[in-house]
Design a protein around this ligand. Sequence first.
Ligand code: TLP
Length: 347
Amino acid sequence: MSRDLTIDLRSDTVTRPTVEMRRAIADAEVGDDVFGEDPTVNRLQERVADMMDKEAALFVPSGSMANQTAIRAQTQPGDEIIAHGDSHIYHYEGGAPFALSGCSIRFLSGAGGLFTAEQVADAVRPPDSHFPRTRLVVIENTHNRGGGTIWSLDAIREIRTVADEHGLSMHMDGARLMNACVATGHSPADYAQSFDTVSTCFSKGLGAPVGSAVAGSREVIGRVHRFRKMFGGGMRQAGHLAAAAVYALDHHVERLADDHANARRFATALADIPGFIVDVEAVETNIVYVDLSSDVCSARDFCDRVGAKGVRILPVAPHRIRAVTHLDVSTADIDRAVHVILQSFRA
Ligand code: TLP
């Protein structure tokens, strides 16, 4: 299979299936999953439920659908969600909590996309008809806009205690949960234990072309199933996609450690360039944010200049760029990307 020479650091969503993964996709046994008859989807769902130590799991087309079906299944219109102000469910899912679930969001702040149990306790609305009804806490692990930050199990457990005191459900946006697991040595079930629902993606660092899953109790996943259909996510011979996810779970989890090392390597090299501001110690997984001081150039100009030399990086704010490492980026690619940046920007 030919690969072009571009080094694409815009996201870990850009990976293309490996030859072996394509073979698994082609060979998959399939059926009609809307009838519940796709053996490969069923196998994947059982595997994810097992991995998260939950009763059930459901395969869905995207991380956004995983989050939004889980939110819809655990709220009613007029309810309020507690989430970080930098959360993906708010910034990058098209306003879905408001549009599809009719919920408001109470935003919390905190470095790296993290917040505390005390902040949650303070944000819960008293039972008064003036207020929306606080219903759900959403935690993103790892935290994308926070810089791939990992939540500690202790912080999560403290929040669970507050949630229980107030009868709140908890959802984890675990699009990159496996990155957190590989970096810490905790299992998916260790993290999932404190949550009613957990979403996870196969199409980020795990390198599958499509697909996510939501895990939880049989009862809540039954409701997620209904909303998956309502939101247009019922798929037919989806076993071809599920086969890629199974392959990714078998072969692409442990290697996430390489992505983390590459992200550190990239951050460390850029931190040495005058005007490039990057907190190397904050790089815990595969996401690197770099602030460019105004005498360097704008993020857009930076990305255009290095893009013209085959290194694709994402501008995320006027002076902020994001680079994400993944399966299709080797350590040699990182060194080449750094070389291109040094050539273009070292005084
Ligand atoms: N994130 C994408 C963009 O949407 C920003 C990326 O390039 O990082 N949760 C988290 C934490 C995510 O980072 C993403 C994707 C999703 C959910 C949504 O997944 P998809 O794109 O499959 O809907």
